[in-house]
Design a binder for this molecule. Structure first.
Ligand code: SF4
Length: 113
């Protein structure tokens, strides 16, 4: 049994997740059940970071994943982002890296530079 706090909304329900039977209790709504099961079975997070940029007014471009990515890939994603340099101009939502590590998740720009 895992105990978690649902972070999907400010209510912060205290969840108990039975990992074997795949049952969630303590959730006020369905979103808590989905969150609890995902968190135990395959936890994911949105990653925000920066990459180096050339030809812009500042040296770092803010980026993020376009959707949550498996937690076990996060350190590899950060290392990859540190290793690349993009060239201006870049627009909001431009794809910086498509399908990073075959995850079906893209790295996108969050600022115009
Ligand atoms: S279970 Fe529902 S109501 Fe409770 S914190 Fe999660 S999203 Fe909010």
């Amino acid at each position: 049994m895992r105990e978690l706090i649902c972070i999907t909304c400010p209510r912060g329900c205290h969840l108990k997740v039975d990992e074997i039977r795949k049952v969630v209790t303590g959730n006020f709504c369905k979103r808590g059940e989905i969150y609890g099961l995902n968190e135990v079975i395959s936890p994911k997070r949105v990653v925000t970071s920066t990459v180096k940029i050339e030809g812009a007014s500042i040296n770092l471009l803010p980026v993020r994943t376009n959707k949550p990515i498996a937690k076990e890939l996060i350190m590899d994603v950060i290392k990859e982002l540190r290793s690349i340099t993009v060239k201006a101009p870049i627009h909001v939502n431009d794809v910086i890296i498509k399908n990073i590590f075959g995850s079906d998740v893209d790295i996108i720009a969050t600022r115009e530079l």
